[in-house]
Design a protein around this ligand. Structure first.
Ligand SMILES: Cc1ncc(COP(=O)(O)O)c(C=O)c1O
Length: 447
């Protein structure tokens, strides 16, 4: 007999909340007053107590096409009943080949090969390993150093937290990877507060890469990894010209440039990928989240042709890259991704962010001047609203807004004292109106 999830949770079953060690959560606080979603459709979640909550964050930056789309449900259901699993180590099945070909057609420049993973963290880990191994197979095995950026977020595995730059994500976990440097982050309220789109100040910060090269010598540096728009740290927008400058310096010294597009990929900025939006083509792109609309876990690494080709040497029977996951190219994830891409195409969702961008921008900046707001910033369908912290209680004010918003029917995401918004791309103007009028009220109410 199939055991059903208890729904709704009764007073007795609340003690059953104890066993799940929740990720990135204040477990004890949550378990005394849980916030539980039990279903979702399009732009809304339904809570355990039957309330509708408008999704201001596409789940966790992933449900770009909205919740419970019938096409994806059908594709997943059919696939799981037809071929639930097949290995991709020395074996194959059609899903990942078809999906990779389709993704390669969408990718900018000569990025045309795809390595599948199950998450953004694994995509980052794979990208870093591929970058180091690439230099080695090219006869430049001394190129091992990795360069990340302050405030960067690249998932939670050891490579990702080493190149990442968020202290809380790093500080508990020991020595991390050797040979990592960090560029400065680009956020400075003195110069770029209340930016509409890309800030004009800050492109010079890319020049710090020259100093890192001068210190270590290019012959020791494998790759630079950045999020084109830093999401998890609270929406930091790249200054105009900054990513171009990074590309130029990487080209000058033969350093690979990796864009971590786990958040920006699949339409968030009004084009398929941020690389296209900014007109800067990296050597490697990492994605996850929106690739399957969040329905089934999946991540991927996109590499340029020259990177893939560099590995295709030696005897035909030699495994070219000793790396992979049991579930790389899982059949059900591939089916979910194919159906997701269909929806993105059929509904023009990669361009939807462009269509709504100026309405969104006006709504975001309408919060300027409200209590506690020290910055509002936007790009595509992303926004960051930075609040003045309560002295001695960092993050408390934004967290209070988060709880109030949930109770009033809006899901937002907070990081430190920054509210981040990234709703599903199917949203309509009336959702934007609702979101920002609720937020304005919440900001007025909060202490
Ligand atoms: C830029 C970036 N990279 C990597 C990750 C990690 O992805 P996952 O949580 O799927 O491992 C995230 C997650 O938010 C992300 O925003």
């Amino acid at each position: 007999m199939v055991q059903e999830l208890t729904h709704p949770l009764s007073a007795e079953t609340r003690s059953e909340l104890d066993a799940f060690w929740m990720p990135f959560t204040a477990n004890r606080q949550f378990k005394t007053k849980p916030r539980l979603m039990v279903s979702a459709k399009d732009m809304h979640f339904t809570t355990e107590d039957g309330r509708q909550v408008l999704d201001g964050t596409a789940g966790l930056w992933c449900v770009n096409a909205g919740h419970c789309r019938p096409k994806i449900i059908e594709a997943v259901t059919k696939q799981v009943a037809t071929l639930d699993f097949a290995p991709t180590f020395q074996m194959g099945h059609p899903g990942p080949f078809q999906l990779a070909e389709r993704l390669a057609d969408m990718l900018p420049g000569d990025l045309d090969h795809v390595f599948f993973t199950n998450s953004g963290s694994e995509a980052v880990e794979s990208a870093l390993k591929i970058a180091i191994a690439y230099h080695r197979v090219c006869g430049q095995g001394t190129r091992q150093r990795l360069i990340g950026r302050e405030r960067g977020y690249h998932g939670v595995n050891f490579g990702g937290i080493s190149v990442g730059g968020i202290s809380t994500v790093r500080k508990f976990f020991g020595g991390l990877l050797n040979g990592v440097d960090h560029l400065p982050h680009t956020h400075d309220l003195e110069h770029n507060a209340f930016s509409k789109g890309q800030p004009t100040w800050g492109s010079h910060l890319a020049d710090d890469l020259e100093q890192i090269v001068a210190l270590h010598d290019a012959s020791n540096i494998a790759a630079v990894i950045v999020e084109p728009v830093a999401g998890s740290t609270g929406v930091l927008l790249p200054p105009a010209g900054y990513l171009q400058r990074l590309r130029e310096i990487c080209d000058k010294y033969g350093i690979l440039l990796i864009f971590d597009e786990v958040i920006t990929g699949f339409g968030r900025l009004g084009s398929s990928f941020a690389a296209e939006h900014f007109g800067v083509i990296p050597d490697i792109i990492t994605v996850a989240k929106g690739i399957t609309n969040g329905t089934i876990p999946m991540g991927a690494v996109f590499v340029r042709k020259q990177i893939y080709d560099a590995f295709m040497h030696g005897p035909d029977n030699a495994i070219e890259l000793f790396h992979g996951y049991t579930y790389s190219g899982h059949p059900v994830a591939c089916a979910a991704a194919m159906a997701t891409l269909d929806i993105y195409e059929e509904e023009g969702l990669f361009h939807r962010a462009n269509d709504l961008a100026s309405y969104w921008e006006d709504a975001v900046h309408s919060l300027r001047g409200l209590p506690h707001v020290i910055d509002t910033r936007n790009l595509g369908i992303i926004a960051g609203i930075e609040l003045e912290p309560i002295p001695g209680q960092p993050s408390a004010r934004a967290f209070d807004c988060f709880v109030r918003a949930y109770e009033q029917g809006l899901l937002i995401r907070t990081t430190g004292d920054i509210i981040a918004l990234s709703p599903p791309l199917i949203l309509e103007k009336h959702h934007i109106d609702q979101m920002f009028s609720m937020l304005a009220d919440i900001l007025r109410e909060t202490a």
